[in-house]
Design a protein around this ligand. Structure first.
Ligand SMILES: Cc1cc2nc3c(=O)[nH]c(=O)nc-3n(C[C@H](O)[C@H](O)[C@H](O)COP(=O)(O)OP(=O)(O)OC[C@H]3O[C@@H](n4cnc5c(N)ncnc54)[C@H](O)[C@@H]3O)c2cc1C
Length: 404
């Protein structure tokens, strides 16, 4: 097979291009990336080590060249014709493909209120550079949206001594992906650090001097940032009449409704065993789906079944979540000097875990929890709650039981 085209040179598309070579594919690979940089990682943008944004490249131009990847930097795929199997670029070029990967990621959701144009988005290196440049001379910043990105940004700006207000329409921050226990701990940490919260109230208007809220009050701010989530970039897929919803719909092998087109990463909504399609927005998911899509484009039929995992750093705390915790799960808490872990049981089976602690203190336990989830264990709740019980021992005995 020849001619694989990948649209989107983010974590997913770039990882897919390298994975193709690692799996032995020798044909042509064209990686089309709209941004005018080498492929880079987004997570460090909201966690600058000393408050200065640095670009962390996923790979150097040498690595791209030696892998024989034709990287079209700053090129936008403007059209897709599945019947001719071609992608057309905004500079007039047309790329034929035999297999195509859509790794177009996601775009910031836009505010619709009056003055929305005064709020800065936070998605790209360019966005981060502008935000931190303007924050350097700002005394006060209003962040609209109390999700992970807004909270991470608040932590960084507070460390610079800036007055930060988070405006969130829901009654609590971090309501979406973070288990209630840890959302509460992080909220309390931000309050202790001096972040102001305006919760349960919408935005009426953004002005040159701040944000006017729906309750008539005003949050004065030199700088306003919109962090109200993202929407999958489905533009090409929709124009080509592929099936989309909350993302580009794929089967378990990440194939779209066209058999020669795959989708992966933030833009892909993957069919679930119980029905429906789920889209994840996390670094590891983008990477893992890119690798799976690469294999499947060259003839494998590997279902995507990686356990979801993400992390977030705020102040000196690191949150990690593995699996998909749900409010209806039985939650078991383990407290240790390293922080707190929470395990989630569904009918006795361990299906998810989360932890919050300083730095990397809980990374090893979360890794072991992930292995326990993968092993499908039915652990003793008492053992999970007891910090003196080593999770490695729980895993070992689960494996021994399975082998018996
Ligand atoms: C500030 C920030 C912090 C984050 N922190 C974390 C974290 O701590 N932990 C975590 O797990 N996840 C984090 N994430 C999420 C994670 O970075 C994303 O899930 C991941 O980058 C998604 O990768 P992707 O390749 O699917 O999409 P993207 O990274 O969105 O890449 C898609 C690329 O495709 C390009 N593109 C789109 N359409 C076209 C087109 N038509 N032609 C050419 N190119 C196109 C886009 O310009 C973009 O460069 C963070 C994200 C952000 C923005």
């Amino acid at each position: 097979m020849d001619d694989i085209v990948i649209v989107g040179a983010g974590e997913c598309g770039t990882r897919a291009a390298f994975a193709l070579r690692e799996t032995g594919y020798t044909g042509a690979i064209t990686l089309v990336g709209a941004e005018s940089h080498l492929p880079y990682e987004r997570p460090p943008l909201s966690k600058p080590m000393d408050g200065t944004v640095r670009m962390k490249a996923i790979c150097g131009s040498d690595a791209i060249a030696s892998a024989g990847i034709d990287y079209l930097q700053g090129a936008v795929a403007a059209g897709l014709d599945p019947s001719l199997r071609t992608v057309s670029l905004n500079d007039g070029r047309t790329l034929p493909y035999q297999k195509l990967l859509l790794a177009t990621g996601a775009r910031p959701r836009r505010l619709t209120c009056t003055g929305a144009e005064y709020a800065l988005d936070f998605r790209t290196y360019g966005d981060a550079t502008e935000i931190f440049l303007r924050a350097a001379s700002a005394k006060s910043v209003a962040i609209i949206g109390g999700g992970l990105i807004g909270m991470e940004l608040a932590a960084v700006l507070r460390a610079k001594g800036i007055t930060v207000t988070i405006i969130e329409a829901a009654p609590k921050p971090l309501g979406r992906a973070v288990p209630v226990r840890f959302a509460g701990s992080l909220h309390a940490t931000h309050v202790a650090q001096g972040v102001e919260f305006r919760l349960g109230v919408g935005v009426a208007e953004i002005t040159r001097t701040g944000v006017l809220l729906a309750d008539g009050t005003e949050v004065p701010a030199d700088l306003v940032i919109a962090a109200i989530g993202v929407t999958a970039d489905c533009a090409l897929a929709e124009a080509a009449a592929l099936v989309t919803g909350n993302g580009i719909h794929t089967d378990v092998c990440l194939r779209t409704s066209d058999r020669d087109i795959f989708a992966a990463g933030d833009c892909a909504a993957v069919v679930q065993p119980g029905g429906g399609h789920v889209r994840f927005e996390s670094w590891r998911n983008a990477r893992a789906q890119g690798e799976t899509a690469a294999r499947n484009m060259i003839g494998h039929t590997k279902p995507f079944d990686a356990i979801p995992w993400f992390w977030s750093d705020q102040y000196d705390l690191s949150l990690q979540v593995v699996g998909l915790p749900r409010p209806e799960h039985q939650a078991i808490v383990r407290t240790s000097p390293d922080g707190e872990l929470e395990f989630y049981l569904d009918g006795g089976r361990l299906v998810a875990a989360a932890g919050l602690g300083p730095g990397n203190s809980l990374a090893k336990d979360i890794k072991l929890a992930e292995m326990l989830v993968a092993a499908g264990v039915v652990p003793e709740p008492e053992a999970l709650a007891d910090p003196t019980v080593n999770l490695k021992a729980v895993l070992k005995s689960a494996r021994a039981e399975a082998a018996a």
